[in-house]
Design a protein around this ligand. Structure first.
Ligand SMILES: [Zn+2]
Length: 95
């Protein structure tokens, strides 16, 4: 883990504990709250992963999250849908 002061809060959950960790041949910048992450590989993996994290397309995320919610309600049993179903669908969308 390295200095994380230059990493923006998580675009998915607003979490502020963001870590920059080693992965094979690269780095992963990851939210410790929801697991949202980006990866980059050598050379310059840490700088690239941080850049990806700080510039990720939040508008695209919103659209994908809305699709996940639609998928939950389109599966036919929306009478019993609760916030946990919706959160799970959104998290599954970004695994
Ligand atoms: Zn998060």
């Amino acid at each position: 883990m390295t200095d994380k002061t230059d990493l923006l809060p998580c675009p998915f959950c607003g979490g502020e504990k963001i870590v920059d960790v080693y992965i094979r041949d690269g780095r992963e910048v990851k939210c410790t709250s929801c697991g949202g992450s980006v990866h980059a590989f050598q050379p310059d993996a840490s700088a690239q992963a941080r850049l990806k994290w700080n510039t990720r397309n939040t508008k695209q995320f919103v659209e994908q999250a809305c699709e996940a919610v639609d998928e939950v309600f389109n599966n036919g049993n929306y009478v019993s849908v609760n916030r946990f179903d919706i959160k799970r669908a959104i998290r599954d969308k970004f695994k």
